[in-house]
Write a protein that binds this ligand. Structure first.
Ligand code: NAI
Length: 677
């Protein structure tokens, strides 16, 4: 017998005959559970009601199949107007979780799917956590990625639970864990198959009543050890993260170093620290990045499109990796190339990726079983999606499409991964040119989230919607763009790389150029990026984009190419590579460096962005910003190129552009679009 006690809007609970109370979260009108103010207010109301019932144990669970709780309501972070307001909200959250922690009976969270941020903080306030061991379970405190750190007691409780040496790397990086990893670290009590979730929870509860949180055995030493551990962690962090751009992880370390000896004080200071961080431009811009990602995920798509078989033609760097990625996402994939040797190598490379991502032999075998080398293209008629990824050669691609057209079904999505050839050119000889779309992936495919969905004015809208839908289904972020040389991302990136090549040719040390860009917030400097992309490719893309005559690469780049220095792939480009790492000669102290390196680089990129918006290569500034952040890593803490322009004031940037145009000539001439920015 189950007695239903009261139904709230977002929670409901029932006391079962064994006196276990089940509290189920099911946030109304949302597909995912998030801790909004209302949801937390209800929880505060419910806990004392449950306490009065004197159950033997309280079990938290979610009724949503996609997960337990994905975190706090991030959209509310942008409406906080003062530090006091932030502090008040954070303290309220802390108080509720402390109420749970202090309940006089055992508490346990049953975790399926997402258990992130505030969701894990709630689970950490319980005595036990049981997680479902399946790939969609994701456990972590990723707050630093939003420019803050956990504020509902998570910083304190995670460190208490597993100790600083294990907890700090997770908190400082925002790393997300699978169920088994979380169990290994002691964050969850057990990781179990889905069917055993409830029985595992009951068994855990049956083993003991209220479990006393173990204070780390070495806590006594911690006061002495903390400054040392914090100093080491800070040193390591500084090698990866710029403190001025990303203050949150450093604030977290300070918090632990100063107050780690007293959980109560640390809790108070945790709230103070987050209330300050949340209003910083970095946090507000990182929250914007999160929202841009959600915007891409929510773009209109053909939800009825249900592809199962993907056929990729060209098993080189891109085709091989696209095929492997699609197989990993559950698709049956056939991969075609006119070379047996290349196909064999591609299967090996794919197997290595499957092994790295899936580990379990039965899962690796299952995905390999649906990865089909297909030298003759026998699978073409079966394919729901066909992606062409052969050499960047106009005639070879055109011939291929003409040969393909009669073999494919009318409902099949036909796409090219070309990085520079206009769709109009590629589709020119087709009977139905309107069905060819671009699906432009970025290298390396397994890491880069963005896919440009390229169309022309005559491409069928239904095909664009199918392409967006497919991109989402393979777990990537779709960015609809209009066909133009270089599409959106390469087109904006190219002037920036061009300026870097010019600076280098003027004698500015490569390291100084890279440092200026990294100081601005780019993940990799432009010189190193050119080496990564390949200097031959940079040269040919620049040539292809010579609609702009100012874009000609300097002689110096050609000289490097003549010496066989093609970049990282040949072991040398601008830099020489040792075991895959660039050897960057230090800058002679006597060298006088120009003061405008960063301005020259960034304003070229900004000006091209303005041109793309004016030409409507992309629908709006938000989408442009999303594309540049997810396609190139453009300084996330700045919130995107267009956001940066508005932050700096377009008038101020325009005046800098005009100065640079006077000094360096036409390539800095402000685009006409500045008038409407
Ligand atoms: P790749 O040179 O590594 O591979 C091309 C493959 O196509 C080779 O294995 C070749 O044997 C095969 N091939 C050529 N003609 C064929 C045909 N008629 N039928 C079957 N197979 C054929 O080239 P990569 O770098 O993978 O580039 C492929 C496409 O992806 C190009 O259009 C390129 O612009 C685009 N792309 C490249 C990126 C990169 O970073 N490499 C990034 C984004 C797009």
């Amino acid at each position: 017998m189950t007695s239903e006690m009261k139904k709230f809007a977002h929670w409901n609970f029932s006391l079962e005959k064994d006196n276990y109370c089940w509290l189920t979260i099911d946030v109304a009108e949302k597909s995912t559970n998030v801790l909004t103010r209302e949801v937390l207010d209800e929880l505060r109301e419910i806990i004392p009601v449950i306490e009065q019932q004197k159950p033997q144990a309280l079990l938290f669970q979610s009724s949503k199949a996609n997960g337990f709780i994905a975190g706090a309501d991030i959209s509310s972070f942008t409406t906080i107007t003062s530090q006091e307001e932030a502090l008040h909200l954070i303290r309220q959250g802390q108080d509720i979780f402390t109420m749970i922690e202090n309940l006089p009976f055992a508490t346990i969270s049953l975790i399926n799917g997402f258990c992130l941020g505030g969701g894990l903080e709630l689970a950490l306030a319980c005595d036990y956590r049981i997680a479902v061991d399946e790939p969609k379970t994701k456990i972590g405190l990723p707050e630093v990625k939003l420019g803050i750190h956990p504020g509902f007691g998570g910083t304190v409780r995670l460190i208490q639970l597993i100790g600083a040496p294990a907890a700090l790397p997770l908190l400082l990086s925002g790393k997300i864990l699978a169920a088994r990893q979380a169990a290994k670290l002691g964050i969850v009590t057990h990781a179990v198959p889905p069917r055993l979730l409830r029985s595992a929870a009951r068994k855990t509860l049956a083993k003991g009543q209220k479990h006393t949180r173990k204070i780390l055995p070495k806590l006594a030493d911690a006061a002495l050890a903390r400054p040392l551990v914090a100093a080491l962690a800070r040193k390591k962090l500084k090698q990866k993260v710029n403190q001025t751009h990303y203050p949150a992880p450093f604030a977290l370390l300070d918090l632990w170093e100063k107050y780690g000896g007293s959980p109560t004080t640390m809790m108070e200071q945790e709230a103070q620290s987050v209330s300050k961080l949340i209003r910083t431009p970095t946090a507000q811009n990182l929250i914007r990045v999160f929202q841009l990602q959600e915007k891409l995920k929510a773009l209109p798509a053909d939800t009825t499109f249900a592809p199962r078989h993907v056929h990729v033609i060209g098993a080189g760097v891109m085709g091989g990796d696209i095929a492997a990625w699609c197989a990993l996402q559950g698709f049956t994939v056939s991969i075609q190339d006119n070379s047996h040797t290349i196909l064999a190598k591609t299967v090996q490379r794919a197997a290595a990726l499957f092994q790295q991502k899936l580990r379990a032999p039965h899962l690796v075998k299952a995905v390999l079983d649906r990865f089909i080398p297909d030298i003759n293209g026998a699978c073409i008629p079966k394919a729901d999606v066909i992606i062409e990824a052969i050499f960047e050669d106009v005639n070879a691609k055109k011939e291929l499409f003409v040969a393909l057209e009669p073999q494919i079904r009318p409902d099949t999505l036909l796409a090219t991964n070309t990085s520079s050839i206009p769709l109009e050119t590629l589709a020119a000889d087709l009977n139905n040119p309107e069905r060819l779309v671009g699906l432009h992936f970025f290298n390396p495919v397994a890491k880069m989230m963005l896919v440009e969905v390229v169309s022309t004015s005559y491409v069928e809208e239904t095909d664009v919607l199918k392409a967006v839908s497919f991109t989402k289904k393979i777990g990537k972020l779709p960015l609809p763009v209009h066909s133009s040389p270089g599409f959106l991302i390469n087109r904006i990136l190219m002037p920036y790389l061009h300026e870097a090549a010019l600076l280098e040719a003027e004698g500015v040390p490569p390291l100084a150029i890279d440092q200026a860009a990294e100081q601005f917030g780019m993940p990799v400097g432009p010189i190193e990026l050119m080496d990564l992309v390949g200097l031959d490719i940079c040269q040919s893309v620049a040539e292809f984009m010579t609609v702009d005559p100012t874009m000609k690469m300097p002689e110096n780049l050609q000289k490097l190419l003549d010496q066989g220095r093609l970049g990282k792939k040949s072991g040398a480009g601008y830099y020489t590579y040792k075991r895959g790492k660039p050897d960057k000669p230090s800058i002679d102290k006597k060298t006088s460096l120009p003061g405008d390196i960063a301005d020259r680089l960034i304003l070229r990129l900004v000006n091209e962005s303005v041109a793309c918006l004016r030409e409507k290569v992309v629908a709006d500034g938000d989408l442009l910003d999303a594309g540049m952040i997810f396609g190139t890593g453009f300084a996330p803490f700045r919130g995107g190129v267009v956001h940066y322009m508005h932050d700096q004031s377009p008038a101020a940037l325009l005046s800098k552009m005009q100065q640079l145009a006077t000094q360096y000539g036409g390539r800095f001439t402000p685009d006409k679009g500045w008038q409407t920015i």
